[in-house]
Design a protein. Structure first.
Length: 483
């Protein structure tokens, strides 16, 4: 299998080639290794170097032999160092066990070949951690951000090096990099994918796990393979009436769709090209027979942002304090980037009363979004306030920013995503448009709690109506030599 053949197939197609013995898993992995070696010197998306050999996986899984990567945050594999994007962890901490999701990736047959970069502790909408010695670059424009916090995964998928890769999302960290790099990014409903055994409700329930893919069918088939709870989880969501892959293939019924180009905080500016792209997608939905109208939930943005800031900073404060105790160090600038340290210090100043107050705000927001979605099947927004941002705009080592200043900097760009981490609703970003400069523009679709089936069915329809497969970034495995 040559590099062009490899890059032309999504994970579903690669799995079928292996299953039907048209190629061997070893041949596919060799092509993937070549692909990773071609693109990573241009993108800096891998944490360290790719593995000497793929991690063990089930040869009978639905994606048996398909190349994959795991993000350097939250989920981890037995014996594989993880750093959470931070110098605090040196060369990485290893665990003697897989997280539940990692075990499911293995059972699905995915051959993990590398760890992808994350910003420090995941609190950034760009992937520029000092721990790795340089930023992850966007394959469409190397002066631009690949998004965050799953920017390493998104960059490798968009550049054709991998058909899909692990990602997670606490404020937009699947959807934002998917939008920036022109990929598919599904944030599942809270509780749909187990966060165990390390967490019950990561980040006060904001954090969820899944992946970034190039195609909707890969997204749906991988979701079929890894969703579901484990003993001890707090949630048990009902399964769909048929597989998610079937929903994506069959398509959607006529839906009632609300759309809005205005962030919850209307003071946050939205790029005119993103607004225009939203209007085109809304018209496409109307042409497909859906009922489309402009509307949005009514959210108290000031209260929400304070609650979200407190949730994030208390999480960072707890994570760093716990790690410091284990590592026997006192966190300082030699360990943490300036804004991380500022957020940790602010988080440590919060009381239990502050966290309960944040929970009350999240409850109000959740009930408002749920109420709103009784009248609509789907809410459509831009995924981000602009196609992407220039590298350095989201510099987490900017000592001039306090915790609130850093929060505002992140969510000026990620203006549409974090609400649905707080409410737990599923949301998916699709690369349905491009800017005049050729940068991807992602569109976010939000569904009712537990109803990923409707989102994937609609996504399948939109992929067929507004295809993106032929769009190739300037940094791509088919256009680069090794090194």
């Amino acid at each position: 299998m040559n590099i062009t053949e490899y890059a032309a197939h999504d994970a579903t197609a690669l799995a079928e080639l292996i299953r039907s013995r048209q190629v061997t898993a070893a041949e596919v992995r060799a092509a993937a290794a070549d692909a990773l070696d071609r693109v990573d010197p241009h993108l800096s998306a891998i944490a360290g170097t790719r593995y000497d050999a793929p991690l063990a996986c089930d040869e009978d899984g639905p994606f048996a032999g398909v190349p994959f990567a795991i993000k350097d945050l939250i989920a981890h594999a037995e014996g594989v160092p993880t750093r959470s994007g931070s110098r605090m962890f040196g060369d990485g901490v290893t665990y003697p066990y897989d997280t539940h999701l990692m075990a499911r990736f293995r059972r699905a047959g995915l051959a993990s070949m590398a760890t992808t970069r994350s910003p420090e502790m995941g609190f950034n909408a760009s992937t520029e951690a000092l721990a790795y010695g340089g930023p992850t670059r966007n394959p469409w424009d190397r002066t631009r951000s690949a998004g965050g916090s799953s920017g390493g995964s998104a960059a490798l998928v968009a550049a054709g090096a991998l058909p899909m890769a692990h990602a997670n999302d606490g404020g937009g960290s699947i959807r934002i990099p998917a939008a920036a790099c022109g990929a598919v990014g599904l944030k599942p409903s809270r509780g749909r994918i187990t966060p165990g055994p390390d967490f019950a409700d990561p980040l006060m329930g904001l954090g969820v796990e899944f992946a970034i893919t190039r195609t909707v069918r890969d997204c749906a088939r991988l979701f079929d393979a890894v969703h579901g709870s484990e003993p001890g989880d707090r949630y048990l969501l009902p399964a769909p009436d048929r597989s998610y892959a079937e929903h994506a293939g069959i398509g959607s019924r006529p839906l009632r769709v609300a759309f809005s180009a205005t962030p919850d905080d209307p003071r946050r500016a939205v790029d005119p090209e993103s607004v225009a792209a939203l209007a085109r997608v809304a018209q496409q939905l109307a042409d497909m027979g859906h009922t489309v109208e402009e509307a949005a939930p009514d959210i108290d943005a000031e209260a929400f942002d304070r609650a979200n800031l407190d949730a994030w900073c208390s999480f960072l404060g707890d994570a760093v304090t716990g790690a410091a105790a284990q590592l026997g160090c006192t966190p300082g600038r030699e360990h943490l980037e300036a804004t991380t340290l500022a957020c940790v210090e602010y988080g440590k100043s919060l009381s239990a009363f502050d966290i309960y107050a944040a929970e009350r705000v999240f409850n109000t927001a959740t009930r408002e979004v749920a109420r709103f979605l009784t009248g609509y099947d789907v809410l459509l927004t831009p995924t981000t306030a602009a196609p992407t941002v220039e590298l350095g705009r989201l510099d987490a080592d900017d000592a001039s920013l306090d915790a609130r200043g850093w929060y505002e900097r992140i969510f000026e760009y990620g203006a549409f995503t974090s609400l649905f981490n707080a409410t737990g609703h599923p949301a998916i970003s699709l690369p349905l448009a491009q800017s005049s400069a050729g940068l991807p523009i992602g569109m976010q679709f939000v569904g009712r709690y537990g109803d990923e089936a409707t989102l994937l069915a609609l996504a399948g329809d939109l992929e067929r109506a507004m295809p993106w497969a032929d769009r190739i970034p300037s940094v791509h495995v088919t256009t680069l030599g090794v090194g």
